[in-house]
Design a protein around this ligand. Structure first.
Ligand code: GCO
Ligand code: MG
Length: 413
């Protein structure tokens, strides 16, 4: 058998997704997620204009060989566009292999290492009472872990805080279309003040511990906004509140910045949603500067590469915390869940459910029950894209925001 077709599909059921469909000569279809939020068409072109024709006629069973062919072959390597394209091919080939074997993908990854996957939700609020209300809502849904993001006095829209008001929100999406819903022509801009944030945030964790006790796993995302010394002091200041993790406290490209944070604090650290390969983690893992690997399967070269990365992390006692926002399509999410179930060093899974429109297009079989996820028992990844439903949602350009300090300086978003 061989690969007969490789088609790139772009659909926008509420938000933009790029999907690769690989069809074999005997009619098996495999799906891969290639979505790169705000830069979708670059990956679609990489796949459609440069990769698709090279796949035709290849033996679809040779996943490792195809991965190396796409990674080493073009000479230019790494980066989010390349690695999202490779990830999509890799996921689709694993989907096909598992469908041919008639088993859910996790069986080919070594079988289940656990019966369920602990998930964390995104709780946010413009002020503490809205945040507490959201946490309560997620606890009622069974969540034992929540990521908390809150407004900062004096600032407007702050990263991670749903503009839609208090309560359980499944619709937070920072990539914006134009105000009337048409294609955006430029990113919106947000304002940021690290000084105000650092002064405010520790008291929020204090209140959460007072109101919700020590049981709740509290996570927080710094979204790359602190300098190394700011992050070190912050991680130290919040030690009494015993966070499950502090995510992306410093800019992602500077691995050694985390040495400083580590020297000063025992707050567990997670990083990696903007990383693309194991090499972005080499120092972090071998020097044990992090506790959780945050890569998305979609942005890190797929299942083949993630399995190796997580096995490497395991040797150093580092666990998984796979990226799972709604800019990962349900296909990428399913890939994460099969890995989560199979590996020994699972930590936690981010879960931000997709909206009803997205789920009309992507038919999923993974389940959420009382705070825990499971990939389901359908052969393959367990997600099928309904092409007819997908065709109803045209691509509409949206941009992630740009961030500026209060004096106008462009800052990390
Ligand atoms: C997370 C992330 C996301 C990113 C988003 C950008 O921890 O889930 O920080 O919310 O901001 O993936 O497209
Ligand atoms: Mg994050």
């Amino acid at each position: 058998m061989s690969i007969e077709r490789a088609d790139v599909l772009i659909t926008s059921p509420g938000r933009n997704f790029v999907t690769l469909k690989i069809t074999t000569s005997d009619g098996i279809v495999g799906w891969g997620d290639a979505t790169l939020n705000g830069r979708e068409l670059a990956v679609a072109s990489y796949l459609g204009d440069h990769v698709a024709s090279t796949l035709i006629g290849r033996d679809e069973e040779r996943i490792e060989d195809t991965w190396q062919y796409l990674y080493r072959g073009p000479y230019w390597r790494r980066g989010p566009v390349t690695m999202a394209a490779i990830a999509a091919v890799d996921m689709a080939l694993w989907d096909i292999k598992a469908k041919r074997a008639g088993v859910p993908l996790y069986q080919l990854l070594g079988g289940a290492s656990r019966s369920r996957i602990r998930a964390y939700a995104h709780a946010s609020g413009t002020d503490y009472s809205a945040l507490a209300n959201a946490i309560t809502g997620y606890k009622e849904l069974g969540f034992t872990a929540v990521r908390v993001q809150t407004g900062v006095p004096g600032l407007g829209q702050v990263y991670g805080v749903s503009a839609a008001g208090p309560g359980v929100r499944y619709d937070y999406e920072p990539a914006k279309r134009a105000a009337d819903g048409s294609a955006a022509t430029a990113p919106s801009e947000e304002m940021w003040d690290t000084h105000a944030y650092l002064a405010h945030m520790p008291s929020v964790f204090g209140k959460i511990r007072e109101d919700f006790g020590s049981e709740l796993r509290i996570l927080h995302d710094g979204h790359h906004r602190m300098s190394p010394i700011e992050a070190a002091r912050f991680a130290k200041d919040i030690e009494p509140y015993k966070l499950f993790w502090l995510e992306d406290c410093t800019p992602g490209e500077d691995q050694t910045a985390l040495r400083l944070v580590r020297q000063h604090s025992t707050t567990p650290l997670a990083i990696g949603e903007v990383f693309n390969t194991v090499y972005d983690y080499q120092t972090l893992i071998t020097e044990r500067l992090i506790d959780y690997v945050r890569s998305a399967v979609t942005h890190t070269g797929g299942i083949t590469a993630m399995k190796k990365l997580l096995d490497f992390a395991a040797i150093y006692g580092i666990k998984s915390g796979i990226h799972g926002p709604t800019d990962i399509s349900p296909i990428g999410m399913a890939a994460a869940l099969h890995l989560d179930l199979a590996i020994n060093n699972f930590g936690i899974q981010e879960y931000m459910p997709h909206n009803a429109q997205t789920l009309e297009v992507f038919r999923t079989s993974f389940t959420f029950d009382d705070g825990f996820l499971h990939p389901g028992e359908q052969p393959g990844l367990g997600v099928e894209l309904d092409e007819e439903a997908a065709a109803a949602f045209d691509y509409t350009k949206a941009y992630l925001p740009v961030n500026r300090l209060t004096d106008g300086t462009v800052h990390d978003w």
